[in-house]
Write a protein that binds this ligand. Structure first.
Ligand code: G6P
Length: 364
C-alpha cells in the first residue's frame, strides 16, 4: 500500500498524528444523548441477550491483545461483567472451556491474523457467540464474527500499531458503555463517560503538542540497553503496550511489570543503568504508585513518570491531560508511542518496517 505521507517522514509519525481525527471517527454518529448510551449498529446483540452475558473473554495478538486488556477492564468497570483478555494463540491451544453464557470478542486491526481467525472459527464451531472489534471492514475476522464494532482508524501502514490501538480502546469504551447502560450503569455515569469521550480528540491534540519535550527525553533514554515499564490496574496494560512498542521499533529490551509486583523480583534489577517508565494516573492508586517510585529512587533508579501531575520522585514527568478515570488509559498510551518513535529515530531504526516483523501474520 502506498498512501500519501502528508509531509511526515514515516507512516508511524503520520499515524500518531492522525489520532485526534481517528478518534473523532470512531465516535461519530454513535452517541445517544437522550438515553446516555451509544448505538453500535453492527453489534447484532439485543438488550435481552446483552443482559444474559455472564462473562466476557477477549482474544487478540500483539497490540490488539493489549487493547483487549484495556477493554476488559472497561467492560468489567462499566458493565460489571467479569472480563479478561488472553492471547488468541494461547486460548486456542489450551482446550479452553467454551461456555454459552460467555461473550467472546476477537480484536484485530487487519482482521486477518491467523491465530485470531482460527480461535474465532473454533469458538463458532462450538456454538459460542463471537463479536469482532476490527479495523479493516469486510476482513476475514469481521465476516466470521456474529457482529461487532468497527474501529474506523483508517488505513494503518506502519507495522507497529498506534492509531488503531487508540481507536480500539475507544471502541471498547463504547461497547462497555453500551453494555453498562443495558445493565446497571446509571444515566449519570453514562453522561459522565460520554462527556469524557467527547473530550478525547482535543486532549489528544494537546498531548501531541508535547512532542518536542518527549523527543528530548527519548534521545536521552536511547542509550539504555533495557527499560522497565510499570503500572497498576488501569496503568498496567498501558505499560505492557508501551514496552512492546519500544521493543518493536527501537530494539531496546523492555519489560512491563505490575508496579505492585516489583518487590517480588524486579527490584533486584534496579540500578542507574536501568530506567523505569512509570504510569501514574490520578486515580485511587496514586499513593500506591508514588510509594513504588520511592522504592525505585531509594535504589538509585532513574524514573520517567507518565502522569496527570508532576511527580516529585521521578526524574522527569510527562503530564497527560486528565479524563474520567475509566478512560485515562486511552490518553496515557499516546506519549509512549512518541517515546518509542523518537527513541527509534535517534537510533536510526527502520521505523515503518522493523526487522523480523510483519504487519499482519496470516500464517501460524
Ligand atoms: C503483528 C503486528 C502487530 C499486531 C499483531 C496483531 O504482530 O506486527 O503490530 O499488533 O500482528 O495484528 P492484528 O491485525 O490482528 O491487530
Amino acid at each position: 500500500a502506498s498512501y500519501d505521507m502528508g509531509g511526515h517522514d514515516t507512516y508511524m509519525h503520520k499515524e500518531i498524528h492522525e489520532q485526534a481525527d481517528a478518534v473523532d471517527r470512531v465516535l461519530r454518529g454513535r452517541i445517544d444523548d437522550r438515553f446516555s448510551t451509544v448505538h453500535l449498529g453492527g453489534l447484532n446483540l439485543d438488550a435481552r441477550e446483552a443482559r444474559q452475558i455472564r462473562r466476557v473473554k477477549i482474544l487478540g495478538c500483539g497490540t490488539s491483545y493489549h487493547a483487549g486488556m484495556i477493554g476488559a477492564q472497561m467492560i468489567e468497570e462499566l458493565a460489571r461483567i467479569p472480563a479478561d483478555a488472553e492471547p488468541a494463540s494461547e486460548f486456542r491451544y489450551r482446550n479452553a472451556v467454551v461456555d454459552p453464557d460467555t461473550l467472546y470478542i476477537a480484536v484485530s486491526q487487519s482482521g486477518e491474523t491467523y491465530d485470531v481467525l482460527a480461535a474465532v472459527q473454533e469458538l463458532k464451531r462450538k456454538g459460542a457467540r463471537v463479536l469482532g472489534v476490527v479495523n479493516v471492514v469486510g476482513s476475514a475476522i469481521a465476516r466470521e464474527a456474529d457482529g461487532g464494532v468497527y474501529v474506523h482508524a483508517g488505513p494503518e501502514v506502519c507495522v507497529v500499531s498506534t492509531k488503531c490501538f487508540t481507536n480500539t480502546t475507544v471502541a471498547f469504551a463504547l461497547l462497555a458503555l453500551h453494555l453498562g447502560r443495558t445493565r446497571d450503569l446509571s444515566v449519570r455515569d453514562g453522561k459522565r463517560i460520554i462527556e469524557g469521550l467527547r473530550k478525547l480528540p482535543a486532549q489528544i491534540t494537546e498531548m501531541l503538542e508535547q512532542e518536542e519535550h518527549i523527543k528530548k527525553l527519548a534521545e536521552q533514554y536511547a542509550e539504555a540497553r533495557s527499560m522497565l515499564f510499570i503500572g497498576r490496574v488501569r496503568g498496567y496494560p498501558v505499560a505492557r503496550e508501551a514496552s512492546l512498542k519500544l521493543k518493536e521499533v527501537s530494539y531496546i529490551h523492555a519489560e512491563a511489570y505490575p508496579a505492585s509486583e516489583l518487590k517480588h523480583g524486579p527490584l533486584a534489577l534496579i540500578e542507574p543503568a536501568l530506567p523505569t517508565v512509570a504510569i501514574v494516573p490520578d486515580d485511587d492508586l496514586l499513593e500506591k504508585n508514588r510509594a513504588a517510585l520511592e522504592e525505585i529512587k531509594a535504589r538509585s533508579g532513574r524514573i520517567l513518570a507518565v502522569a496527570h501531575q508532576h511527580q516529585e520522585k521521578a526524574d522527569e514527568t510527562i503530564v497527560v491531560p486528565k479524563n474520567e478515570d475509566e478512560l485515562d488509559p486511552i490518553l496515557m498510551g499516546i506519549p509512549l508511542q512518541l517515546l518509542a518513535y523518537h527513541t527509534a529515530l535517534a537510533l536510526g531504526r527502520d521505523i515503518d518496517k522493523p526487522r523480523n516483523l510483519a504487519k499482519s501474520v496470516t500464517v501460524e
